[in-house]
Design a protein around this ligand. Structure first.
Ligand code: ZN
Ligand code: CU
Length: 487
């Protein structure tokens, strides 16, 4: 116990520490950006005391699947995440990262336009520098996207890369890893990347294993060819020696309902031989760029934005098609470039994946959409309130673990994700009785209920239902995380 008073004591709360362990009543003493003590601090002095009686005190959540690259700079309060209890995000998923790329053309090819138009960081080091100079409210770790590498190295994207192009991509990826990126992501489903053969990805991923970096992937096909696509991801993992993170695991399309029974069994078998993990968002609707191909497999499509018809954002594609006197496929094509929400999953699959013991909760939210999928504002409170408390699908301790301790361990975010003496003071205080998502498909940008306070590196970023304006977020670099883990 220190002689000088703590900067802050959170007292009287019930601690869920993020390891999966049962809750216990304890006070938390914070000094500077660290947790200094957990236990009884009833007689201890502090500059500030915060009463958490009746509330849960947990590690600030870690959202390992985000597209927050540009938002970290353009919306630095990160209200849609802080309001959910999130303290740390991993950006650059699905093959699309803001760096390394200086894009000078009209608009980047979809799905890169999901990040907005901020592709002005020719090196990953430039993006880290921007985050250092103008820190956001939350911490961020960065992945380097394969699609971004392709756009930076290739004139013609509808074929595999040549040897020369692969050399350029390897150089750019090496720079990104040196600058601090924690891995590479792919979005092999999407047109600018799906022309890449497995070997192209393996030649890049070869840099990951030796660096202790990871490989995250939006699979080539989450529908009819889910198992083949999983096998491809496992092969890339084995060839590179990197951990494989399966992004937003699902079985997509009405004809594939129930498919996660087989996919999870396959993942379980493979986990005995190689390092594989996955994340999931708690909704049976997907969201990405609009495409006529996906309409047939969806029971309903909502337009999230349209460059051609900005006025239709938030409307059902079926209504727009009726108005235009054409098929939904034709309407989708007429709205491009655009984004959509697709109801194309079975709720039973979503619940099965959420209950899978190694599944991390992550949002995949799209912060630049005009009418976003509600996962952007609702993911974490929805799992805590709807799936854990109301449906009893998992205990509160388990739910918190999948949003904090587990992602910190899987992504190597040393010093975060658990309430442990010496760790960074990333902390959320929430009410287990009232926590719930309020964003839905009709009102997608409403802040959740029950998230009372969020601290990042010891500083409050969310309080009284609004951002505090503090910007204590740190850009997390792979080398520093690995060094801290080794010491
Ligand atoms: Zn994706
Ligand atoms: Cu994504």
């Amino acid at each position: 116990m220190p002689n000088s008073p703590f900067d802050l004591i959170v007292h009287g709360g019930t601690v869920i520490d993020g390891t999966g362990a049962a809750r216990k009543d304890a006070d938390i003493g914070i000094t500077g950006d660290r947790i200094e003590f957990i236990g009884d601090l009833s007689t201890q002095g502090a500059v500030e005391r915060l009463d958490a009686t009746g509330k849960i005190v947990a590690p600030g959540f870690i959202d390992v699947h985000t597209h927050d690259d540009h938002a970290l700079l353009s919306k630095p309060d990160m209200t849609y995440k802080a309001s959910q209890g999130v303290a740390t995000v991993v950006a650059g998923n699905c093959g699309i990262s803001l760096a390394p790329l200086r894009f000078t053309g009209d608009r980047p090819p979809p799905p890169m336009d999901l990040l907005g138009d901020g592709y002005r960081f020719p090196k990953m080091a430039d993006l880290f520098k921007a985050l250092d100079e103008t820190p956001p409210a939350l911490n961020a770790a960065l992945l380097c996207g394969h699609t971004t590498l392709r756009v930076g190295a290739m004139e013609n994207l509808d074929r595999g890369a040549t040897d020369e192009e692969i050399d350029i991509m390897r150089e750019n990826l090496a720079e990104a890893l040196d600058a601090g990126a924690i891995g590479m992501s792919t979005g092999l489903f999407y047109p600018p990347a799906n022309a890449a053969p497995t070997q192209e990805v393996i030649r890049l991923a070869a840099l990951l294993g030796p660096a202790g970096a990871l490989y995250t992937t939006h699979l080539r096909d989450e529908g009819d060819h889910l198992e083949e696509s999983l096998e491809e991801a496992f092969e890339i993992g084995r060839a590179s020696g990197a951990k494989v993170v399966l992004s937003h695991h699902k079985s997509a399309g009405a004809s594939n309902f129930g498919g996660t029974k087989n996919s999870l069994a396959l993942i379980d078998r493979v986990r005995k031989e190689q390092d594989v993990t996955l994340d999931v968002y708690p909704y049976h609707a997907a969201s990405t760029v609009l495409s006529a191909d996906r309409v047939a497999e969806s029971s309903r499509v909502i337009v999230t934005w349209s460059e051609a018809r900005p006025d239709v954002a938030g409307r059902d594609l079926s209504d727009i098609a009726k108005e235009m006197g054409c098929t939904q496929q034709e309407a989708a094509t007429a709205l491009l470039p655009a984004g959509g929400i697709y109801f194309m999953m079975d709720e039973a699959d979503v619940q099965r994946v959420l209950q899978y013991p190694h599944a991390m909760v992550a949002s995949d939210g799209l912060p630049h959409d005009i009418f976003p999928h509600p996962r952007l504002w609702g993911t974490f409170p929805r799992v805590l309130g709807h799936y854990s408390r109301d449906l009893g699908l998992l205990t509160l301790e388990d739910a918190v673990y999948r949003m904090s301790g587990l992602p910190a361990a899987e992504f190597g975010l040393t010093g975060r994700g658990t309430l442990t003496t010496g760790n960074y003071a990333d902390v959320v205080i929430f009410d287990a009785e009232t926590v719930i998502d309020r964003a839905d498909f009709a009102h997608p940008t409403q802040a959740a209920a029950g998230i009372e306070m969020v601290f990042v590196n010891g500083k409050p970023v969310w309080r009284d239902g609004q951002p505090t304006g503090e910007r204590p977020g740190t850009a997390l670099r792979r080398q520093a995380l690995q060094a801290a883990a080794a010491s």
